[in-house]
Design a protein around this ligand. Structure first.
Ligand code: ADE
Length: 232
């Protein structure tokens, strides 16, 4: 069982994601556990504030250290082994190999920033890792934390019914997946690649690899080059 604790000012933004589908089942079957801590409940500010202007100037507000630090200290006291992850646009890119690695932890605490970010000293003092999910700025880390949680959870033993589907996927092989089709053979005048219909599995698998290579070279040239270099 992998426990996720989200440190967020807006747990209600996130809760719905766990109410249906694969993650809801994973929670019910105790493969993962989800809980939330709201730094606002830990603030010692008499007006309940959790943010302040940046020292030295700059647009917007930052999350102040005390509410998040106290939240994290309280969590770590009962769960010293917990692995603390911060979501920010200036973290290292989150990748499939991180999802697989983090799936082996017992407790992940994922801290979601809001406003213009978090006082750097909090990150310095408490972060085990800092992740970005891509080169764009979201309004907060909640969506990014859900992305990480989703990608990690499906690598937790027993969360996906069919573990074969985990290994056949894109990024396991460093290639984008080949196009895939289902019934019917012809839909709105578009037909399934004819070789796929003939049922020769070794031919289909060769063709899929070729298509995966083409797709990767076209959409993700940097991934393609890296894959080619690794195979040498
Ligand atoms: N918070 C805001 N933007 C983000 C991003 N791109 N990745 C992770 N956390 C974020």
């Amino acid at each position: 069982m992998l426990r996720f604790t989200f440190v967020t000012l807006f747990p209600e933004l996130m809760e719905g994601y766990f109410s249906r589908s694969i993650l809801a089942r994973a929670i019910k079957e105790e493969k993962i556990r989800i809980d939330f801590r709201n730094p606002r409940e830990y603030t010692k500010d008499k007006f309940n504030r959790v943010d302040a202007p940046m020292i030295g100037g700059g647009a917007g507000m930052l999350m102040t250290p005390q509410p998040i630090m106290d939240t994290l200290h309280a969590l770590k006291e009962t769960s010293p082994e917990a692995h603390v992850v911060f979501m920010t646009p200036v973290g290292k890119p989150f990748r499939q190999h991180d999802a697989k690695r983090l799936a082996k932890k017992s407790h992940l605490i994922i801290v979601c920033g809001r406003y213009e970010g978090i006082d750097e000293r909090v990150i310095e003092a408490t972060a085990d890792e800092v992740f970005s999910i891509g080169d764009y700025i979201l309004t907060g880390g909640e969506l990014a934390a859900l992305v990480v949680c989703d990608a990690v959870s499906r690598n937790v033993e027993g969360v996906l019914g069919n573990s074969a589907s985990l290994n056949e996927e894109s990024f396991e092989s460093r290639l984008l997946e080949a196009p895939a089709f289902t019934k019917p053979d012809i839909y709105e005048n578009r037909t399934v690649i004819s070789e796929f219909l003939k049922g020769n599995h070794s031919k289909i698998s060769d063709l899929k690899r070729g298509l995966a290579l083409c797709k990767t070279k076209y959409f993700r040239p940097e991934l393609y080059k890296k894959g080619m270099a690794d195979e040498k």
